[in-house]
Design a protein around this ligand. Structure first.
Ligand code: SAM
Length: 232
C-alpha cells in the first residue's frame, strides 16, 4: 500500500502518545531513542554549527533547556560534547510525561537535571535559559499547539531557540522502514517512526505556521530545523 505523504496526517496517532500503552515497550522505545537519534537526528552537526559556537560566544557559564527530552539521551550526548569542548554548561531536560522522566533520570548527573514540566509551565514559572532546543517534538503537536510551543520556547530563552525534527518525504519513509528493522523488536520504533514521518512538517509548512521571527530550513538527513533569536 502506498502511503500518501502529500500533506501532514494529523489523524494518525503514535503508540507512545497513548497513556495506556504497554509500559515495558515504551521504556524500551525511550532507551533505544539513543541509537535512533544518533543515526537520524543530525544533532552532532547542529551542535557543531549552531549550539557550540553560540555557547562559546557567551564567554561565561550557560544554561540549556531540552524541551520534550523524552528518554534524555540527547541532552546527555550534548552535555558530553560540551564537556569535551571545555564549555561550562548546566543542562535541564523537561518533559510532562512521567514515564519518559523515569527513563531520563537514569541519565541525570551533577550537570544534568530532569523536570516533569511542559514548555508553558516552565515559562509561567519564570524560568530562563541561554538556549532552548527540542528534538522530535514538533510533529507530535497540532498546528495551534506547535505555535504555542515555539512561542513558549522563545520566551524561555535569552539567546537562541533551536528545534529539529524529521521532514516528511518519501525517501525518509522508505529508508526508515528498512533502516529501523534491526532496532525495532520489543519497541514502538517501527510503527511510531513511520507515523512520525506521516505527521511531520516540511519547511514551508512549518515556516508558515510559526511565522516571524522564526527561520525554517531543510537540513540533512531528512531534517527540518526552526531557529529564532530572543533578541531579534
Ligand atoms: C517523541 S518524544 C521525543 C523525545 C526526545 N526529544 C527524543 O528526541 O528522543 C516527544 C516528547 O515531547 C514531549 N512533549 C510534548 N509536548 C510538550 C510540551 N508542550 N513541552 C514539553 N514537552 C512536550 C512528550 O511528552 C514526549 O516525551
Amino acid at each position: 500500500m502506498t502511503v500518501d505523504l502529500s500533506a501532514r496526517d494529523v489523524d494518525v496517532a503514535e503508540l507512545m502518545d497513548d497513556p495506556d500503552c504497554d509500559p515495558v515497550l515504551l521504556a524500551a522505545t525511550l532507551r533505544r531513542f539513543d541509537t535512533i537519534n544518533r543515526m537520524w537526528s543530525g544533532w552532532a552537526r547542529l551542535y557543531e554549527a549552531r549550539l557550540a559556537p553560540f555557547l562559546a560566544s557567551l564567554e561565561r557559564p550557560a544554561r540549556v533547556l531540552d524541551l520534550g527530552s523524552g528518554g534524555g539521551d540527547l541532552v546527555a550526548r550534548l552535555a558530553r560534547l560540551a564537556a569535551r569542548d571545555g564549555l561550562d554548561v548546566r543542562w535541564v531536560g523537561a518533559d510532562p510525561d512521567e514515564r519518559a522522566l523515569h527513563v531520563a533520570r537514569e541519565r541525570a548527573s551533577s550537570r544534568i537535571e530532569f523536570r516533569a514540566m511542559d514548555a508553558s509551565a516552565l515559562r509561567w514559572a519564570g524560568e530562563r535559559f541561554d538556549a532552548v532546543l527540542s528534538n522530535h517534538v514538533l510533529h507530535h503537536l497540532s498546528a495551534a499547539d506547535v505555535a504555542v510551543f515555539a512561542a513558549d520556547s522563545l520566551a524561555l530563552s535569552d539567546g537562541i531557540a533551536l528545534h529539529s525534527d524529521i521532514r516528511r518525504s518519501r525517501p525518509a519513509y522508505a529508508l526508515y522502514a528498512i533502516g529501523v528493522t534491526p532496532f525495532a523488536p520489543g519497541t514502538f520504533l517501527r510503527t511510531d517512526g513511520l507515523r512520525s514521518i506521516r505527521r511531520s512538517y516540511r519547511a514551508g509548512e512549518l515556516a508558515e505556521t510559526l511565522g516571524r521571527p522564526w527561520t525554517v530550513r531543510d537540513a540533512a538527513p531528512f531534517r527540518v530545523v526552526a531557529e529564532a533569536r530572543a533578541d531579534a
